[in-house]
Design a protein around this ligand. Structure first.
Ligand code: HEM
Length: 212
């Protein structure tokens, strides 16, 4: 793939990732007879939260899909997808803090400490911050091996995201269970793949060691 083609793909993915925000803005301003419905703040909160979680799962799916299909270009898009996931989760948080709670910091503090689904959501958001900050080439070089270990935080974050969704679903479990299943499949794939690599390395090691 040429540099130009890659740049074009990146621009297309970037525009697609902005889609949910553009659509929410169109609905918020009632353009072309659209609307956010009877409860606009709740609708906005839910749509930003769902987009954040979807982007998180898409980011996690990049490596397995690349390994299974051989479409290596995908890896060049992973960072952007991860950053968009963080972006939407931050918007989700701001919709809650600014539009829903109207910056009532005491209420936010009570929610974070006393409503388990908010506690879990906040933990996931805070854990995403170092991943977002260190997702540049320079930081990857600087952190070396530690970078990979740090970015493995994405798995517990995805679990927290699924638990957050489950805890606030109020009896409507189908979406929460679908997300939980998707997270389990992606994590399961990673664990099986890591075990395979380890066993391949172990079987190769005796051949490499010098014969006595
Ligand atoms: C990685 C972090 C997070 C993810 C992936 C996430 C995702 C979601 C999703 C998917 C929903 C459900 C949307 C729906 O049912 O349509 C949701 C709901 C919600 N989230 Fe989050 N969220 C995160 C963090 C947070 C944080 C930090 C807060 C607030 C401090 C928060 C507050 C809420 C609230 C208030 C709801 C709505 C609950 C209700 O309708 O009763 N979330 N979130």
């Amino acid at each position: 793939m040429t540099k130009r083609q890659l740049a074009l793909i990146k621009v297309m993915v970037f525009c697609a990732c902005l889609g949910p925000l553009v659509w929410a803005t169109i609905r918020a301003f009632g353009i072309a007879s659209t609307s956010l419905g009877a409860n606009p703040v709740e609708e906005l909160l839910h749509s930003m939260g769902k987009t954040g979680l979807n982007m998180l799962l898409i980011t996690l799916a990049v490596t397995p899909v690349r390994q299974l299909t051989g479409f290596n270009t995908l890896i060049r898009l992973r960072r952007m997808l991860g950053q968009f996931s963080f972006f939407y989760v931050v918007l989700h948080f701001f919709v809650y803090a600014l539009l829903d709670l109207r910056l009532a910091w005491n209420t936010l503090a009570v929610d974070i400490t006393q409503r388990p689904y908010i506690t879990v959501g906040m933990l996931a958001l805070v854990a995403l911050i170092p991943l977002s900050i260190t997702s540049t080439n320079a930081m990857q070089r600087r952190l070396g091996r530690k970078w990979k270990r740090l970015h493995q935080l994405i798995y517990p974050i995805a679990v927290l995201g699924a638990v957050h969704l489950y805890w606030q679903s109020k009896g409507e479990l189908s979406a929460a269970l679908t997300y939980a299943f998707a997270v389990a499949v992606l994590l399961g794939y990673r664990l099986v793949h890591a075990a395979e690599l380890r066993s391949r390395r172990n079987t190769r090691r005796p051949e490499l060691s010098p014969s006595r």
